[in-house]
Design a protein around this ligand. Structure first.
Ligand SMILES: Nc1ncnc2c1ncn2[C@@H]1O[C@H](COP(=O)(O)OP(=O)(O)O)[C@@H](O)[C@H]1O
Ligand SMILES: [Mg+2]
Length: 262
C-alpha cells in the first residue's frame, strides 16, 4: 500500500474484534475464518445480500448466538462478559405485551436489582436527554409502531450498554415513523457516543446513518469493504443529495452489484 493512502479505517484501535469465526447451519457454511475489527464510538451499518448472515453476525457479536469456532472480543474482553443492548427487528415479538411501556423499559434494571426510585430516575434521564415524549403508563400494544420501537430502544439503552446492536429496526415501520425513529437514534448516538452496530437492507439508509458501512459478501461470508463515511452530524435528509453521499452510495452499490454477479 502506498504511504499516506491507507484508509482511516485501518488506523483505528478496534473495539469489537472478531477472529477466525466459523458458523454453519446444518452443514451449510455461513462464516468460515471470518475476521472483523470495528471501532469504538462509531455507528457501523451492515449491508449485504439477503441471507448473507447479517442477523447471524450481530447475534454472535452480541452473545445471543453460539458460534462453532473463533473469538469475539468487546473492549478486550470476551463477548459473554460485555454489556450489550439489542433491538430486534420486530418490536411486536420483543416487547412484553402484558407489561406497561415503563415496565418494559425498566426490565433490565429490575433483573439487576436496581431499586424503583433509581429506575425511575434513569428512565426520566433517558427521556429528557433524547427529547422523547412517550406515555409510559400505557401498555405497549396501545402505542404506535414507532413508539413501540422507541420503547425497545430505551430498554436496550437503560442499563448503559457498551455496544448497541439493532437488527433492521425500522423494517416494520411506515416511512414517516422510520424518519422519526431514525432521527431519535441519531440523537441517542450524538448524546452518548455509544458504539452502535445497525443492520439495514436499505443502502441509502445504511449510508445515511453510518460512520462506517460494512459491506458483506454472499456466503461463505467475507468483508467486501468497510467503507468510511465521515460526514458531520446531525444529518438531515438533505445530505442525500450531497456529492459525498452520492459517491459513497454509488461506490457501495458498485461493489454490491459486482458481488451479486460473482
Ligand atoms: N436458526 C437457523 N437455522 C438454520 N439456518 C439459519 C438459521 N439462522 C440463519 N440461517 C441461515 O443462515 C443464513 C444467513 O441468515 P441471516 O443471518 O438471517 O441472513 P440475513 O440477516 O443477512 O438476511 C441464511 O441462509 C439462513 O437461512
Ligand atoms: Mg436478517
Amino acid at each position: 500500500m502506498i504511504a499516506g493512502l491507507e484508509p482511516t479505517v485501518a488506523l483505528e484501535e478496534p473495539f469489537i474484534r472478531v477472529r477466525g469465526l466459523d458458523k454453519s447451519f446444518g452443514g451449510r457454511t455461513v462464516f468460515a475464518g471470518f475476521d472483523l475489527d470495528l471501532p469504538r464510538g462509531k455507528l457501523t451499518t451492515i449491508f449485504g445480500p439477503n441471507g448473507c448472515g447479517k442477523s447471524t453476525l450481530i447475534n454472535m457479536l452480541s452473545g445471543l448466538l453460539r458460534f462453532d469456532a473463533g473469538d469475539v472480543e468487546i473492549g478486550g474482553r470476551d463477548v459473554r462478559s460485555a454489556r450489550i443492548g439489542y433491538v430486534f427487528q420486530n418490536y411486536r415479538e420483543s416487547l412484553f405485551p402484558w407489561m406497561r411501556a415503563r415496565e418494559n423499559v425498566e426490565y433490565p434494571l429490575r433483573v439487576r436489582g436496581v431499586p424503583r426510585a433509581k429506575r425511575r430516575e434513569r428512565i426520566d434521564e433517558l427521556l429528557a436527554s433524547f427529547e422523547i415524549t412517550l406515555d409510559l403508563s400505557r401498555h405497549t400494544y396501545e402505542l404506535s409502531g414507532g413508539q413501540q420501537q422507541l420503547v425497545a430502544i430505551l430498554r436496550a439503552l437503560v442499563a448503559d450498554p457498551e455496544v448497541l446492536f439493532l437488527d433492521e429496526p425500522f423494517s416494520a415501520l411506515d416511512y414517516e415513523m422510520t424518519l422519526y425513529v431514525r432521527d431519535k437514534l441519531q440523537t441517542v448516538f450524538l448524546e452518548t457516543g455509544l458504539t452502535t452496530v445497525l443492520v439495514s437492507h436499505d443502502l441509502e439508509e445504511a449510508v445515511y446513518l453510518a460512520d462506517r458501512i460494512l459491506l458483506l459478501s454472499k456466503p461463505p461470508t467475507r468483508v467486501v469493504e468497510l467503507i468510511a463515511y465521515d460526514t458531520l452530524r446531525p444529518r438531515t435528509t438533505e445530505i442525500m443529495a450531497d456529492a459525498r453521499f452520492v459517491a459513497t452510495k454509488q461506490h457501495a452499490l458498485d461493489l454490491f452489484r459486482a458481488e451479486m454477479q460473482r
